[in-house]
Design a protein around this ligand. Structure first.
Ligand code: AMP
Ligand code: MG
Length: 649
């Protein structure tokens, strides 16, 4: 990583600079430089309110812990020399001193040679004693003496004063995040208040006319505000005190008022959305007016995350994250977290990294540092990283990926079989117990549910049938779900199996035409009839599927060379087809019965597709595979599949 600090022109950044895309490193150094050296604010907090804060100063132990020599077991305090020759066959008799030292009792009498004092775990060792004999190895003889049948070494079962923590020893260092263990150490030293770094108060705002808060009803063309919630959580995870101020319309005046209030009352402001230079994107114009030096970077050569806008307004960071949730999160973690943690008094994040091989080629844009989310699975010789990216708008990839890899700005691709470093989202990789790579189907979730309940981690990576077969042939998964129709033999799936793979029958999915109920061009017609009616009406719009999809083959057969309006609209999923029809963006398309049913659309059944599994034979005996096969055969799973609209094979 090359750091090329540049002098930031603090007073007059002109508009042109906002349009210049900076390298990630230049943007970071400008941002840091504009922040300057800031003094973190500190406060004294009672111990029970210090959880999650960073210690502002080193804490030195004010006393010894334990504060006195302490018995570790229940028994008798003795002079070890007295019992040096004791054994199973040689009992040594000691006279009992007239006291019992329970916890919290200060001994009165010394232990003289030939005597012992009864003592409980946690009791202070009396003067003269240098060992504790466990009660199990003694026997009372009368009311005032014991016999000892085991020798004791000096120091046996005693915790000496200061052996845990010694007075003057550095207990905890400044910058330590205070967790329950740290609180325990402080409490043991009698410390009731600690100096902590004040949590930076971070205002989180969203902008976009289309945003609705979770819980509200979703009107057409609207989406839920996911950034607000993720950013608040991520700020808290990194030591900030986050306040969500809501989603604001793309209205310059409204947004400016909100941002001014936010800057006045917080130490940092994070806005997401409205940073591209598109219509309605006004946030960056406002930021320029909020304080000095203002915007230091607008446009960073990152993917995802190019429209990131970084500003410092009178000493406070003000940031506009890109609207797309994954872009927002990557730029937040990469560019904002370091500053936030510095403000919170925390050391830089130490993300765990692992080395993995990437089995497929990943294309990348020259000139932008690219982050690619990956799922990790165990290969023959080490970890394998599968790109899981669904594009920068996809929020679910974040939850399902294990981490991300980085493609440097100067590369236009990462060739297949590259070994690279993967930064983990969690402290450890948890390698899945069952890996399923291939075509995804909602039915699959029903079958894997019992595995999840049994505590098994199932990783399902959607790469399509052919991608799944290739992964199975390379031994990268246990099972590849496939639905491939062989034109020559008119048979599903079996013709595609190669050596080392066997077929496990899955279920049948009825493919058919979806339409809005009441549309007479489709209602009560056969598929052929319906398509004839659709083709006869020039205003009738279809929605197609992508090349390579099993459904596409059926559509092309049905159309027999016709190319009606909408043919080039080729979404990649069953659900997208149903959504297009339900929302009147198209009048008909082809999807599977369960999806049509769930969307409430009319459906003309056409042909049953076989969704089966190519099992890697060598992995059949694995416990997780067995559990999966058992689930696949279980009557209650069959019932669940039927209920969802599938027909078990
Ligand atoms: P923008 O940066 O405003 O141009 O937004 C880019 C994309 O991100 C658009 O598809 C927005 O609808 C989406 N987006 C913006 N803000 C949010 C948000 N808070 N939550 C989820 N998506 C958002
Ligand atoms: Mg927007």
């Amino acid at each position: 990583m090359s750091e090329t600090p540049r002098n930031v022109e603090r007073k007059s950044l002109d508009q042109d600079q906002f349009l210049t895309v900076l390298s990630r490193e230049d943007a970071l150094s400008r941002f840091n430089e504009a922040m300057g050296a800031f003094e973190a604010k500190t406060e004294e907090r009672p111990l029970h309110e210090a959880l999650g804060f960073a210690l502002a100063r080193d804490v030195v132990a004010p006393l010894d812990v334990p504060p006195f020599d302490r018995a570790n077991v229940d028994g008798f305090a003795v002079r070890s020399a007295d019992v040096a020759s004791a054994s199973e066959s040689v009992a040594i008799r000691l006279m009992l001193n007239d006291e019992v030292i329970a916890c919290g009792v200060v001994p009165r009498l010394p232990v003289r040679s030939g005597t012992a004092t009864a003592i409980a775990t946690g009791g202070p060792v009396p003067r003269g004693a240098d060992a504790i004999v466990m009660i199990e190895y003694t026997e009372a003889t009368g009311s005032d003496a014991i016999e000892v049948r085991r020798a004791a070494t000096p120091g046996q079962f005693i915790s000496y004063a200061g052996s845990d923590i010694a007075r003057g020893e550095a207990l905890l260092r400044a910058g330590t995040l205070i967790g329950s263990r740290e609180i325990g150490m402080l409490a043991a030293c009698g410390i009731a208040h600690v100096a902590v770094v004040c949590k930076p108060r971070v205002a989180v705002l969203s902008t976009g006319d289309e945003l609705v808060q979770p819980g509200g009803a979703l009107p057409p063309a609207a989406i839920y505000d996911s950034n607000g919630a993720i950013i608040v959580a991520a700020v808290i995870e990194n030591g900030g005190d986050a306040t969500f101020l809501g989603a604001f319309p793309d209205d310059e005046q409204v947004l400016e008022a909100a941002l001014r209030d936010a800057v006045a009352a917080h130490d940092m402001v994070i806005l997401s959305g409205g940073t591209s230079k598109g219509a309605g994107d006004v946030s960056h114009r406002i930021i320029g007016r909020l304080g000095k030096p203002g915007i230091v970077a607008h446009g960073v050569a990152l993917k995802p995350g190019k429209p990131l806008c970084l500003a410092v307004c009178d000493g406070k960071p003000v940031v506009i994250l890109p609207g797309f949730p994954t872009s927002a999160m990557f730029t937040f973690h990469d560019m904002i977290v370091p500053v936030l943690r510095r403000m919170a008094g925390l050391p830089p994040r130490a993300d765990a990294r692992v080395t993995a091989r990437v089995p497929v080629r990943i294309a990348s844009e020259l000139g932008r540092t690219e982050f690619v989310m990956v799922s990790l699975v165990n290969g023959e010789d080490g970890l394998i990283a599968y790109p899981t990216g669904k594009g920068s708008g996809a929020i679910t990839s974040f939850a399902q990926a294990d981490g991300f890899l980085r493609i440097e700005a100067l590369a236009d691709q990462m060739p297949a079989d590259t070994t690279t470093e993967v930064t983990l989202f969690t402290p450890h990789v948890r390698v899945p117990d069952l890996v399923v790579i291939g075509s995804h189907c909602v039915g699959l979730d029903l079958v894997t549910a019992p595995l999840a309940r049994a505590g098994l981690l199932v990783r399902s990576i959607a790469v399509g049938s052919l991608g799944g077969l290739a992964a199975a042939q390379r031994g990268e998964c246990d099972l590849a779900p496939i639905h491939l129709f062989d034109d020559a033999t008119e048979v599903y799936n079996t013709p595609f199996l190669t050596e080392g793979l066997e077929l496990v029958p899955g279920w049948r999915r009825m493919q058919g035409i979806v339409f809005r109920r009441g549309d007479l061009r489709f209602e009560d017609r056969t598929p052929q009839d319906a398509v004839r009616a659709a083709l006869a009406d020039p205003s009738c719009l279809m929605v197609n599927r992508n090349q390579g999809a099993g459904t596409r083959i059926l559509i092309d057969r049905l159309l027999a060379g016709a190319r009606p309006d909408g043919y080039w609209n080729q979404p990649r999923s069953h659900n997208a087809v149903a959504a297009a029809v339900a929302q009147h963006r198209a009048d008909w398309g082809m999807t599977i019965a369960p999806v049509a049913k769930a969307t409430g659309l009319g459906f003309i059944p056409m042909a049953e597709e076989h969704y089966d599994f190519a099992l890697v034979s060598a992995r059949r005996s694995r416990p997780a595979v067995q559990t999966f096969l058992d689930a696949l055969a279980a009557p209650e799973i069959h019932a669940a599949l039927l209920q969802a609209g599938f027909r078990p094979a």
